[in-house]
Design a protein around this ligand. Structure first.
Ligand code: TXA
Ligand code: MG
Length: 339
């Protein structure tokens, strides 16, 4: 997979869809404690002023998120990092240098003033400098940190377009900055860099190998002392329709038998050819992992909205290039099951 995501340089036109006055309005909303959804190159974030505990409270309420789940603080530049952490470790420096701005979140020991509300009471804070030009414009003009979880209701599929965000929250969010479709399409890679060796807390577009190469150290396994990343919960990223991941031959068999019983079936295929059956909602996903990830949440949302009784996903290949996609699919499968 590509390790960097290139956007056209920040210009007065942050994006065809967002004007300077939209950025002004977004900054004003954040300053008065309101919520603004904004694009990043991974997924859309739902942002609040990270130095305002009331705003963070509102953020958790709107998202429906339990208070113990820490949230990522977004910064315009690596130069702001020292305000948020006690120590910038050598590994943090190397990874920030290589991947920021970009789809990487670093977990470090938090500085004194960092609110409990951001960290779930843990001693660490998650920080990210995104590259999307609209996020960059918002963050640099706002000046401070913006706390932003993915802009979806807790446990649900993340949003990769402004419309997805509106579908999730309707009027509960004051402003959605529309920066087009997120380029990466899945959430940032999260790395705990508090210790000598990096610990991978969440898979993403930046692979384990790339993290090891940039850090000059092999990954350490997470242990009990490692920070919790509840996004690592087994059930997450889930559509409302039950989702199952399986091989193509089994998928075709199951689709046919469900349809014979009168069900409608949604399919996210890769290699399987669409059979001539009624009651089938069929999407053929891109063949390579980057494009597959780019389209994944939009595809799941389309299939989820099709009124089917099941979503059957053809299992992608195994291996490192597909690890992040397979991670999201397996959590979506767990999360979509009835408790
Ligand atoms: O790509 C992304 O990371 C997006 C965009 C908006 O930046 N954000 C995102 O946020 O995915 P959220 O809240 O949906 O997931 C953040 C993950 C959670 O799994 C959380 O547990 C973990 O980051 N996290 C945040 N702070 C942490 C900390 N101090 N220690 C361990 N995990 C942390
Ligand atoms: Mg999330």
């Amino acid at each position: 997979m590509r390790s960097t995501v290139h956007h056209s340089a920040l210009s007065i036109h942050h994006s065809a869809l967002v004007s300077n006055s939209d950025i002004d309005e977004a900054v004003a909303i954040l300053k008065r404690g309101g919520l603004v959804a904004f694009p990043t190159e991974t997924v859309y974030g739902l942002g609040a002023d990270a130095s305002n505990p009331e705003a963070i409270g509102r953020l958790y309420a709107v998202k429906g998120r339990p208070a113990a789940h820490p949230v990522i603080v977004h910064l315009a530049s690596v130069t702001q990092l020292e305000q948020w952490v006690r120590e910038i470790t050598a590994t943090a420096r190397k990874l920030a240098q290589q991947f920021w701005p970009g789809p990487l979140t670093l977990v470090l020991r938090r500085a004194g003033g960092v609110a409990d509300a951001l960290t779930g009471g843990q001693d660490t804070v998650g920080l990210r400098v995104p590259s999307h030009p609209v996020a960059q414009a918002l963050l640099s003009q706002f000046g401070g940190g913006v706390a932003a979880p993915s802009a979806n209701r807790f446990g649900h599929v993340s949003a990769t377009t402004a419309q997805h965000v509106r579908d999730e929250f309707a009027d509960a969010v004051e402003l959605v900055l529309d920066g087009g479709q997120s380029e990466v399409g899945i959430e940032s890679t999260i790395v705990d860099v508090t210790g000598e060796r990096p610990v991978l807390l969440r898979l993403g577009h930046i692979s384990a190998r790339e993290i090891e190469d940039a850090a000059g150290a092999s990954l350490a396994a997470p242990n009990e002392a490692a920070p919790r990343a509840p996004g690592g919960l087994a059930a997450h990223y889930a559509p409302r329709t039950p989702l199952m991941v399986m091989e193509a031959d089994l998928l075709l068999e199951l689709a046919a038998s469900l349809i014979a019983q009168g069900s409608r079936v949604a399919v996210l295929a890769r290699s399987a050819l669409r059979p001539l059956l009624p009651g089938l909602e069929w999407i053929t996903a891109p063949a390579d992992p980057s494009h597959y990830a780019h389209d994944l949440y939009a595809n799941l949302r389309l299939l989820d909205a099709a009124g089917c009784q099941a979503i059957l996903v053809e299992r992608p290949p195994q291996g490192m290039a597909w690890a992040a996609v397979n991670d999201r699919l397996s959590r979506a499968a767990v999360g979509s099951r009835e408790p």
